[in-house]
Design a protein around this ligand. Structure first.
Ligand code: NDP
Ligand code: GDR
Length: 356
């Protein structure tokens, strides 16, 4: 695709959504600047296929070292890149981890959002640069109304959600106070083969692949009774772009409108590799048994319980459908099948490498 003259800056470009969004924007002709963190180990695996040698002419995918906790760095990147659109996807995004690192989570997820908005304002870019904020269904937390929509009251249930609540409202405030084109996408869970390995869907699909191939005995999980509205990440980043293209900034829910128990995702994932799971016991005693051999393949481990849990998420994407023309296509069971198939290959490759 030829260069369309537009410049996007993506924080969190090395994450699941950052990788899909970078691909989408490059395919539309954007020049994409991504922020990546310095790490002692390799952290650009998801965007490796987009990498361009710094000596290449007319590069359209450029990574910059940066961190949401470092204002001067963000100002400098913003000044250098002069973006038309900023997508703030960077975050300490793991809910359970936010109970262990609440202060860092607030710094990166809440104040980090403010730092970016201030960078735009300080540099006089407020009338040029559009801003997308990765808000989350975790804002709804304790159930107030189902399905959850843009007008449903928030009740955050974790340091992560409380930090994202600040992010949500500071975006609304900068829109109202300074007339910035700043929008929130309130996205329900979205997954893919690129999903981080400690989120529940990917943890399950990786374990299913490893158990099937004989490299792992058992999968330990926490709350099997939580319900989530799971969609495909590739489709959700298209929604982010659509939100940013609207004449007026606004806030939108992106969701499938269907909710599924964690337990049912486990059963489905094992079924993909022809293992039928039978559930026995209740609560912490609950086990997933292979129905043919009686072997325990899934066990509840209370260490994965959260101090406060979000029991039920189910979103209403009507506004996004009507105003943006956004629709999801992949159903949760197709998503599960795609993730298991990808992990069957990944796990086999890793084992071959380890054996060498
Ligand atoms: P990931 O965890 O896969 O990616 C997060 C990205 O943020 C990574 O690139 C990570 O870098 C980067 N990052 C983390 N901390 C910092 C920091 N302090 N400074 C700069 N970069 C940082 O998340 P997803 O792609 O799944 O999600 C994208 C965004 O959407 C997140 O803000 C998340 O909270 C939000 N969200 C996600 C949903 C989902 O279901 N996936 C649903 C709703 C909202 P590194 O690779 O080095 O760790
Ligand atoms: P979530 O996703 O907290 O919804 O946040 P996650 O996949 O971590 O948990 C979903 C549900 O599964 C239960 N669960 C487990 N979760 C994990 N990670 N590991 C386990 O072993 C396990 N066992 C059961 C959890 O308790 C929970 O109920 C994700 C993140 O991407 C956020 O950044 C994003 O904002 C929200 O989705 C929408």
């Amino acid at each position: 695709m030829a260069n369309n003259g537009k410049v996007a800056l993506i924080t969190g470009a090395t994450g699941q959504d950052g990788a899909y969004l970078s691909e989408l924007l490059l395919s539309k002709g954007y020049t994409v600047h991504g922020v990546k963190r310095r790490s002692s180990s390799f952290n650009t695996g998801r965007v490796e296929h987009l990498y361009q040698d710094p000596h290449e002419q007319d590069r359209r995918f450029i990574l910059h070292y940066g961190d949401l906790t470092d204002s001067t760095n963000l100002i400098r990147i913003m000044q250098q890149t002069q973006p038309d659109e900023v997508y703030n996807l960077a975050a300490q995004s793991h809910v359970a981890v936010s109970f262990e690192t609440p202060e860092y989570t607030a710094n990166a997820d809440a104040v980090g959002t403010l730092r970016l908005l201030e960078a735009i304002r300080i540099l006089g870019l407020k009338d040029k640069t559009r801003f997308y904020q990765a808000s989350t269904s975790e804002l709804y937390g304790l159930v107030q109304e189902v399905p959850q929509r843009e007008t449903t009251p928030f009740y955050p249930r974790s340091p992560y959600a409380a930090a994202k609540l600040y992010g949500y409202w500071i975006v609304v405030n900068y829109r109202e106070a300074y007339g910035m084109h700043a929008s929130n996408g309130i996205l329900f869970n979205h997954e893919s083969p690129l999903r981080g390995e400690t989120f529940v869907t990917r943890k399950i699909t990786r374990a299913v692949a490893a158990i099937k191939q004989g490299f792992q005995d058992r999968l330990f999980l926490g709350n099997l009774d939580a319900r989530r509205d799971w969609g495909h990440a590739r489709e959700y980043v298209r929604g982010m772009w659509l939100i940013t293209q609207q004449d007026q900034p606004d806030d939108y829910v992106l969701a499938t409108g269907e909710t599924t128990l964690v337990r049912d995702f486990v059963t489905r994932a094992f079924a993909e590799v022809d293992i039928a799971i039978e559930w026995a016991g209740r609560g912490v005693e609950e086990k997933g048994l292979c129905s043919r051999t009686g072997r325990t393949l899934v066990e509840v481990d209370p260490r994965y319980f959260r101090p406060t849990e979000v029991d039920l998420l189910i979103g209403d994407p009507t506004k996004a459908k009507e105003r943006l023309g956004w629709v999801h296509e992949t159903k949760w069971d197709q998503l599960c099948a795609e993730m298991v198939a990808a992990d069957m290959i990944t796990v086999a490759k890793e084992q071959r490498r380890n054996a060498e």
